[in-house]
Design a protein around this ligand. Structure first.
Ligand SMILES: [Zn+2]
Length: 159
């Protein structure tokens, strides 16, 4: 699994490993294990759906909004549904990026989005920082931008 995950950013490996291994840390599971502590299996962000690992990482409406806009910005293929993202990770096959971004790779971009969503999720849970989809999207773009600019930073004379 370590080598398998080598081409996604380090920051997303743990969460991706847990997801692909079926080891989620979700309210659904915690509610089942410690109901006095986690009194509801519902998602604490949308408060509507039970929080499965797919919901936590991908399908919660606010997270899906981030995935859709980030996907449309970076990938050269339409975003039909959140299944596009999930199946990229589960089948380890990657959508084509928009042209002109040679320093990026699809696993790098998708892994970065995943890591930012994961981090914002836990800031919401532990630090009471509301999960604001536009703010999370801004963080995603701020995290990806330096990766895009990397060759320019290293080889300014060639540009
Ligand atoms: Zn939700």
């Amino acid at each position: 699994m370590g080598i398998f995950l080598a081409n996604v950013p380090h920051s997303s490996r743990t969460v991706l490993f847990r997801f692909l291994s079926g080891i989620p840390t979700t309210r659904s599971l915690l509610h089942h294990i410690v109901p006095p502590l986690v009194t509801s299996p519902k998602c604490s962000i949308c408060r509507h759906h039970d929080e499965s690992s797919v919901h936590l990482l991908f399908a919660c409406p606010l997270k899906m909004w981030v995935w859709r806009l980030a996907w449309q910005k970076h990938f050269d293929t339409p975003f039909d549904s959140i299944q596009n993202v999930i199946s990229s990770f589960t089948s380890w096959t990657w959508p084509p990026l928009r042209p002109g971004t040679p320093s990026l790779s699809a696993p790098l971009v998708l892994g970065t989005i995943l890591a930012v969503i994961w981090s914002a999720h836990w800031h919401h849970v532990y630090d009471d920082i509301p999960f604001s989809a536009p703010n999370v999207l801004t963080s995603v773009n701020k995290s990806i931008q330096p990766l895009r600019d990397e060759p320019r930073l290293f080889y300014p004379a060639t540009l």
